[in-house]
Design a protein around this ligand. Structure first.
Ligand SMILES: Nc1ncnc2c1ncn2[C@@H]1O[C@H](COP(=O)(O)OP(=O)(O)OP(=O)(O)O)[C@@H](O)[C@H]1O
Length: 249
């Protein structure tokens, strides 16, 4: 079965800007895929289109063989947005943020059961944040916030996990921990799509890549997509990109 299938996705923002045109790719089950492209290439827009947060002008999405709407309804897909998109001034405790990952499986009143509380504790310790559960989310460091949002995605027990720049602003140790966690989730069967600008770490934890620039330029196993020639096409061949391109040489 295909883990994620996007077919002909188009997104035009209300101001008329065409952010994505005819974007198509497939991700296998049990895989980690790097979503790569320059600033403004359309990576965040693609995530939002997959989640149904922006209106698509064309195209269809399937998660694990199910139409997107059904899969999203069944909480099969978790999304960790870019940090800039979150309102950190909102007064909420770490454990409550993570509990939000359980909302989809609760009733109308959203009253957590003992099992939900145990699940929250378990995922918080999985990301090394168990000692912070009663802290306000706004009081955490950037890397700690990322880990809490990752815990929320884990609490959801989603089979498909979409992460928009989980490594932005995190230290090397936290980056290693997040990569370890993603590898473990992949080995447990998850389909993972990660937007990242850290090209040098891609070969350490990703097995596939999707290259975007207003559309999908290429998608497939790293051996076929993460090549100097294809990265040059996605990122341009300028000197400023030499450091990125070294990763693939
Ligand atoms: N709400 C919006 N209205 C109009 N245009 C938008 C909107 N959001 C994004 N865009 C434009 O759509 C294009 C794609 O933006 P997007 O945020 O998807 O890029 P990205 O690849 O995620 O970039 P980055 O690497 O900087 O995060 C950009 O040209 C951006 O200016």
């Amino acid at each position: 079965m295909t883990g994620l299938r996007a077919n002909g996705i188009g997104v035009t923002y209300p101001n008329g800007h065409v952010a994505l045109r005819d974007a198509s790719f497939e991700l296998p089950e049990k895989s980690i895929t790097a979503l790569l492209g320059v600033n403004g290439a359309g990576k965040s827009t693609l995530f939002k289109a997959l989640m149904g947060f922006v209106k698509v002008t064309s195209g269809t999405v399937e998660f694990l063989g199910k139409p997107a709407e059904q899969a999203l309804d069944q909480q099969m897909v978790a999304y960790v947005p870019q940090s800039e998109e979150v309102d950190w001034s909102f007064p909420v405790l770490v454990k409550d943020v993570v509990m939000m990952g359980r909302y989809g499986r609760m009733g109308f009143l959203r009253r957590p059961k003992a099992a939900d509380k145990l699940a929250v504790e378990a995922v918080l310790s999985r990301v090394g944040m168990q000692d912070y559960q009663n802290r306000q989310i706004g009081e955490l460091s950037g890397g700690q916030k990322k880990r809490v949002f990752l815990a929320r995605a884990l609490a959801q027990e989603a089979q498909v996990i979409l992460l928009d720049e989980p490594f932005a602003g995190v230290d090397v140790q936290t980056e290693e921990q997040i990569m370890d966690l993603l590898r473990a989730l992949r080995d447990e069967g998850a389909v993972i799509l990660v937007a990242t600008h850290h090209l040098n770490t891609v070969p350490q934890f990703c097995d596939h890549a999707v290259l975007v620039d207003g559309t999908v330029l290429d998608a497939g196993p790293l051996e076929q997509t993460f090549t100097p020639e294809k990265l040059r096409r996605a990122f341009g061949g300028g000197r400023s990109n030499a450091i990125f391109l070294d990763a693939a040489e």
